[in-house]
Design a protein around this ligand. Sequence first.
Ligand code: AMP
Ligand code: MG
Length: 359
Amino acid sequence: MNNKENMENTTKAVIGKIISVIILIILLYEAFKQPENDYQVHNMTTFAMDTIIDFSLCFNGDENIFIDVEKEIRRYENMFSTTIEESEVSNINKNSGTEYTNLSDETFEMLEYALSMSYDTKGAFSVTIAPLVDLWGIGKSTENKVPSNEEILNARERINYENLVLDYSKKSALLLEDNMSIDLGGVAKGFIADEITELLRDNNINNGWFSLGGNISVMGNKEDGSNWKIAVRNPLDENDYIGILEVSDKFIVTSGGYQRFFTSDGKDYHHIIDQETGFPAENGLISVTIISKSGIKADILSTALFVMGFDKAVEYWKNDGEIEIIFITDTGNVIATKGASEYFDFENKDNDFIYEVIS
Ligand code: AMP
Ligand code: MG
């Protein structure tokens, strides 16, 4: 072996060693590196169920979960929507007074809960409110007018949640009289929020939040372990908020007359109807925000307690024991139940509202 060959061999050996050391470092790094941060935030916005849907979720990896979630939302929309002709709910409405309609497990489960809450709230939430909702047409037509007393009377005669009959063995439903119909506008988003939250957890996504047209699900925490902050809108100014809820693993749903309304002869008529009067509920409340462990319950009760008015709503809260509430009244009061006040931050809010806590 001459000197040149010797040198070449030594160089090769050194390069070989360097490569093995690099490979070793890479292997060690792969073996001992910290698991990737779970707090990559992924955002997605879409439009379904006639509303804007926003997601902000913490997870690693690809965003295929958003495709699954969107598919699931559209699947539910196709079952529940009354504007989709062949939806299960449209079929119940078409078959009113004639025959039972067979339902999927999900639609049956939701109807069962919506019906039990119609009884529980004594019709403040009414699953058969549709004739009045259609008559007023708020949010559905651009040419709203105040209906005549006769039209209101006629619609009210077709409303009675006691006439919705569920067959538990066959999972089917029947509206006992002709021309009755179901409207799930005050409950479907809450039900879907529960289902999507479960779907995300099944996919190991436990931190983040999403909003189905204002039905908010808050999951887990932020990266630093603190709670998510959800602003409660100022009903008088869409660019302002009246305070911030700092919560974890809760659903937050607001019902308010300011969300959808039309004006006639200087008076506003909104989309939450009292079946007793046939008119939009008018009792001094501008908005009701419910905080609950259950999305469907929060959605139903935001509507129901808005219809009940403050005194009955407080009574309901005392009996319920699980929900917490923030009321805003037309006298400029923001009233938080004791539990809500513990995670409702309105310090430093420079506005004219008067803040109170009730216990
Ligand atoms: P929300 O925004 O959750 O309060 O729901 C309002 C929607 O629920 C309306 O657009 C109607 O579709 C429907 N709705 C209105 N009034 C009632 C009521 N008293 N009970 C049940 N659903 C109602
Ligand atoms: Mg509701």
